[in-house]
Write a protein that binds this ligand. Sequence first.
Ligand code: OAD
Length: 233
Amino acid sequence: MEKIVILTGAGISAESGLGTFRDEDGLWAQHAIEDVATPEGFARDPARVHRFYNARRAQAARARPNAAHAALARLQAEHPGEVAIITQNVDGLHEAAGAHDVIHMHGRLSGALCATCGHRWPAPVEMAPDDPCPACGARATRPDVVWFGEIPHGLDAIWDHLAEAGIFAAIGTSGQVYPAAAFAEEAAQAGAQTVELNLEPSANAYRFTQARHGPASQVVPAWVEEILARDAQ
Ligand code: OAD
């Protein structure tokens, strides 16, 4: 049975109450990317960057997975082929819904990282710039998230998944950030069918052979039902 590779973005968590980035009232309308999502911004004002991620961590801790997260966990459990989930999201809602082996290409809010020695540990609810690293003692604690100008996590595994994909689906992502925006083409070149599931056609829509438009909590469960019904035939 074919392998299904799924890329998710902020749109899948929108109905769980977490803000997207580029919608009208999104995070990038309220904060400058260069201040809170670049290594240079962190070097200039680490306290500001921690405040931004502390607020997002607190919000994510209150959020619950929605029907779209649940449907993907069900697909992973019931589809006879492999289902690989790659997310750009730093929340833990896929795992909270029961998904496994999720590749967090942009890191996670639940992690802390020492900018000096690279040690990783579970983030406390509130992080501060002078929190010492438990391994080396340096006071260079940062959130374990990937910023602009840094290399996303898991790329080798991702390219391997894309090369083997029979179906590639992008869910709730605007397709404006690379390398994730190039995954559809990569999968298509490997022979995958490609489908975009998004509230509306994204800037990347032309790269997909199929589309399902609407809120993720509706279009994702319907798409999963279709695949599982076909598997059962
Ligand atoms: P964006 O905010 O760029 O895009 C969110 C997409 O979700 C848009 O295309 C919306 O139309 C769609 N959307 C909104 N609500 C939806 C809903 N209820 N159901 C389905 N779709 C919905 O977020 P991403 O594409 O995830 O990176 O952004 C990619 C990366 O840019 C993020 O990981 C982050 C950001 O800068 C870093 O911080 C490094």
